[in-house]
Every structure is written in C-alpha cells, then in structure tokens.
Design a binder for this molecule. Structure first.
Ligand SMILES: [Zn+2]
Ligand SMILES: [Zn+2]
Length: 394
C-alpha cells in the first residue's frame, strides 16, 4: 500500500497527542514537501497528504480548502492537530489563542477521529513501503500473457533501443534489471555493475521484456553478441542506401575464407570497404544472411576487440555531428598537403562515425549545408565518386 510510503516519512513516535514532524524535505515556510505524484492524491504538502490519508478521503481536498495546524507547527503531520478551516480561523487562533507567540503549541482540544477511526498505517512501514513500490513497478509491466511469453514494459520511460527505464534504489536503471532482482529476491546492489541483464526471449532478444524467465545476467560482451547474432545492428544497408551485390558478397567471402588463418582481413576493414556495419559482415561470412550470394562460409572466432569498437561507434552514432564540426573538418582536411591528410578511417574514429560518411562529407556528397571546401571546389576530377574508400590497409 502506498500509504505506508507516506507514513514512513513521518515521525509518529512522540505519541498521539504530540506533534508528528515530517522527516522529508521542508519548503521555505517549513511545511513538509511530499511528492506524492498523481497516483496518490496529487499534492506536495505533507500535512495535507496526512489529513487526506487519515480521513480515508478518496481524493485530494480542493486547493481552496485550507488544512490548518492547531499546533501552529508547519511540519506536523499528526491528524489530531489538523483540521480544515479558513485563513480567518488561523488568524483567530494566532492572536486570540496563542497571543501571537510562534508555535509549536500544545494542542488541548485534539481533533476527533472520523467515524471508523483514523487510517494511519502502522506496523513495519519500511516493509510495507517496499511492497508498495514493488507492486507499483509490476503494474507498469503487462504480465497478462502468462509466464511463457514476453512481459512488455508499458510505461513511457524508454531508452532508444526499447529498454524500459525506471528509478529504483536511488538510481536510473533498466526495468529488466529491476525485474530480475525483484524476482530473485535481490537488490540492485547485489549485482556487479559490470554485469548486464541479457534478454533471452523465445522470439529473440526483446529489449522491452521484463519477464524474469527470459532474463539472464551476463557480460556486456555476451550482450553485444546476442544483438549481433540477431542482426540488431545490421542497419547498414538501409542507412546508407547502398546495396552490395551478390558478386561482391561472394568475392569477400572467398577473400576471407581462402586466406590462410591469421592472414584474413579484419571484419571492420571489410565493413569499411563496403560501407556496412561490422555485424553485417559477420553475418555474411557466417552465411547467416545473403545465402543466395554463394561462396564459402564458416564459423567465426570471437573478435572481442572489434566488437567493442563496434559498440562504441554505435553509441556515438546517436550523436549528431554539428554543421560547424563538418565545416571545420573540411577546412582542416583540404588545407593540408595531400600526403599529410589523415585517412578517412582515422577521422571517422575521431568523429564517432564511419569512413564512408566522412568521405561523403569531404567530397560534398552529403551535408552540403554545413559549408566549407569540398573536393569538388578544389578539383572537379574527384567528383566522379568512383574513388575507392581508403581503409587502414591502404
Ligand atoms: Zn502538531
Ligand atoms: Zn521476453
């Protein structure tokens, strides 16, 4: 129950007749600030929340109805000291009863409880509050399909890749991570921060899924592998609107698999050459895609380093590189003597994009609006677009 959450923030220990100070933040006037949110009663004044809860009211009091402190002690949340009244009542108390002396004052005539008694939650409040939070968490997940299917995160808080996000135990974290720890009776602190929650859903990794039966702890490396295996990052073709022909796919398979072990080209080099993602090359070489292209395929050994680089590039891709930076890049690049110009691969690494994009910028094939010199303004002969894209081996 959510009410327990509120009462854990109030010190009820002084007893029924005394003031119960609010333990959370106070505003500039000394009133308790309780960020109940819309789900409770939509108020931020702690003593108003106390009044509403203690009287078992279904909704918040209208804003014009003042909840007064008979004790003249703003942080007090004892319902026996709280009554609904007017500002005039406040003034009458202040000057007639208290002779303008500041509070807190002892309350001689306590406010009687409503019929049926006050509803002040007691017992193990910490435990009740924790249960309330957990129930609230699970309400954001659609579990209606049963244990066997995915449980999608329904709340609006989502990460770009579709992961649910939630504030839990004082930090923002993945909803699936919270689902995992709750299901296993753990806390977030129990899990090494290096470990990630992998989505091993029956239909393939489903980032929004919070069904603990589909979740497993693993390393970031394993997680990347899960995604690559599924082609999550295989967006290259669409992204660049390039189509690598069957002949080229077959040729790259032959080049890779016919080379002696240890002399095989790096996947990232092949990826740069063809303007696709590393994961795409990985799939082609394994035969997990483009089977119709023919050529040899095989099992790839883990290339941990390449995978890590790939992950980094992907993260950077989400950052749009400003026009100013593109212009600066063009100015610097074209002002350098030809021999001293850096490779597009190294520029791409520095900018967190790929070499084909950099090449297009430098040659004015894209981001023309950014301004600055391009190869077409220096030498129209390079406009053909048939220039090979340099890679690290060139
Ligand atoms: Zn009081
Ligand atoms: Zn699932």
């Amino acid at each position: 129950m959510r009410e327990a959450q509120f009462w854990t923030s109030v010190d009820t220990s002084p007893g029924e007749t005394e003031c119960w100070p609010f333990l959370g933040a106070l505003n500039i006037d000394g009133y308790g600030q309780y960020y109940a949110g819309r789900t409770l009663i939509g108020t931020v004044s702690a003593h108003r929340v106390a009044y509403v809860l203690a009287h078992g009211l279904a909704s918040n009091l209208p804003a014009h109805r003042l909840v007064r402190h008979l004790c003249a002690n703003p942080p007090c949340c004892n319902p026996a000291h709280l009554t609904v009244g007017s500002q005039r009542d406040n003034m009458t108390d202040r000057f007639r009863l208290h002779r303008d002396r500041p509070g807190p004052h002892a309350v001689r005539t306590l406010i009687p409880p409503p019929p049926g008694g006050r509803r002040v939650t007691s017992g193990d409040l910490k435990e009740l509050a924790r249960k309330a939070l957990e129930a609230e968490f699970w309400r954001k997940i659609d579990r209606s399909g049963g244990d066997a299917v995915c449980w999608p995160w329904m709340a609006a808080s989502r990460h770009d890749f579709g992961y649910g996000f939630v504030y839990w135990e004082g930090r923002h974290t993945q909803a699936a991570r919270v689902a995992y720890v709750l299901h296993h009776g753990l806390t977030l602190a129990c899990i090494d921060s290096d470990l990630v929650v992998r989505h091993l859903c029956p239909g393939g990794s489903n980032p929004g899924c919070c069904n603990p039966r589909h979740l497993k702890l693993g390393t970031q490396k394993q997680n990347m592998h899960d995604r690559l295996a599924q082609g999550k990052y295989d967006r290259g073709d669409d992204h660049f609107a390039t189509k690598v022909s069957n002949r080229e796919v077959r040729a790259l398979r032959e080049e890779y698999w016919n080379a002696p072990h240890g002399k095989r080209p790096k996947l990232e080099v092949l990826a740069q050459r063809h303007g696709v993602y590393w994961g795409t090359i990985h799939r082609w070489l394994r035969g997990a895609g483009r089977q119709e292209a023919g050529g040899p395929t095989g099992e790839l050994e883990p290339e941990a380093e390449a995978r890590t680089n790939h992950a980094r590039g992907e993260a950077h891709r989400m950052v749009k590189i400003s026009d100013a930076r593109v212009r600066e890049l063009r100015e610097t690049y074209w002002s350098m003597p030809t021999k001293q110009r850096p490779s597009t691969v190294s520029l791409a690494a520095r900018l967190g994009t790929d070499s084909k994009t950099v090449w297009n910028w430098l040659h004015g094939k894209s981001r023309l609006s950014a301004g600055g010199p391009t190869s077409s303004s220096e030498n129209s002969g390079q406009q053909s677009g048939k220039e090979p894209i340099p890679d690290r081996q060139s």
